[in-house]
Ligand binder design. Structure first.
Ligand code: SF4
Length: 316
């Protein structure tokens, strides 16, 4: 795996990166590549998982975090990376280790965690859920048929108790639901009027602290929604939840720039592109000209590949 980048230190910690719904963050990958995920999304930017790779233990993450966090002005650490965090059996220990680093270093950081398997997440975190400031759960569709088409999970059983699971998370942590809206030329997927109505009903019923409406700009497999349509859907939700609890891709833009220093910029870029698809424009915006020049060298060495619409990830 990642044979093209011999000599690069792959780290469990990547970033910092800006986010249009979180603010600046440092990513933490508790699984490491290759992708091992509960879902197999139609728009996934990573090659299909091979059901191997290694789950990372809390001590490795603690050491990587201490090494990276110095002098960084980020608001969040986001447990995310490539794959499903709750597949790591030490997830509770990892959250506790991050909390200890915060205390030892006097950091005012929030902990966010992204998951597409909230039923597993609840079991895995136990009481450590209280230490997570924001749990971001992916919900793209509601009916069995459309969930299968978009997310292709191994079992649809979890959908039956999904609302209760989401509400249970909300009792202990702030909850965000992130929804990727999309369609193809032939199939409306979650923009089908009936599916969309059911999805909005679920969002209003769960009433999370935040709804994040996104669309997969990088995908060559599906069509992203334009800003106008996303905003219309955001409007409908905001009528029920208020605009302060709704974020919409393209409407809420990144406000913070993250400028990297030149030191270790190639390793930084490689570790990010392993987990986050980026466009040239984004690379320049968050890393300056030096990041773009570094990226162009990676492209010439065939270390990165375009996945669609001018977005790039690391080759594996
Ligand atoms: S949840 Fe994310 S990592 Fe998992 S398959 Fe979907 S897009 Fe890929």
């Amino acid at each position: 795996m990642v044979k093209h980048v011999k000599g690069t230190r792959l780290s469990t910690v990547y970033g910092p990166l800006p986010s249009w719904y979180l603010g600046s963050y440092l990513g933490i990958d508790p699984m490491m590549p290759p992708r091992r995920c509960y879902f197999n999304c139609i728009y996934c930017p990573y090659d299909e998982g091979e059901h191997r790779g290694r789950a990372i233990n809390a001590e490795v993450i603690r050491e990587d975090l201490i090494r990276h966090i110095k002098d960084l002005n980020v608001k969040f650490v986001l447990i995310d990376g490539i794959g499903e965090p709750s597949f790591n059996e030490e997830l509770a220990d990892i959250v506790e280790a991050i909390e200890r680093v915060k205390a030892e270093m006097g950091l005012r950081l929030s902990i966010a965690l992204r998951s597409c398997a909230p039923h597993l997440l609840l079991k895995r975190l136990g009481s450590a859920l209280r230490l997570v400031d924001l749990v971001i759960v992916k919900v793209d569709a509601v009916t069995d048929h459309v969930v299968s088409l978009i997310n292709d999970p191994p079992s649809l059983d979890y959908i039956r108790g999904q609302v209760d699971t989401l509400k249970a998370i909300k009792e202990h942590a702030k909850l965000a639901i992130k929804t990727m809206l999309l369609r193809t030329h032939e199939v409306p997927l979650n923009t089908d009027p009936i599916e969309l109505r059911k999805l909005l009903e679920l969002l209003v019923n769960v009433s999370p602290d935040l709804v994040i409406l996104d669309t997969p700009l990088w995908s060559a497999q599906v069509n992203a929604l334009d800003r106008g349509l996303l905003e219309e859907i955001g409007d409908i939700l905001a009528d029920h939840l208020g605009w302060d609890r709704v974020r919409v891709r393209g409407v809420h833009e990144e406000v913070e720039e993250v400028i990297w220093n030149a030191e270790g910029i190639e390793d930084r870029l490689i570790n990010i592109l392993l987990r986050v698809p980026l466009s040239r424009e984004a690379i320049r915006r968050i890393g300056g000209d030096i990041a773009l020049e570094t990226f162009n060298r990676l492209l010439l060495r065939s270390i990165v590949k375009e996945i669609g619409n001018g977005y790039f990830v690391l080759k594996n």
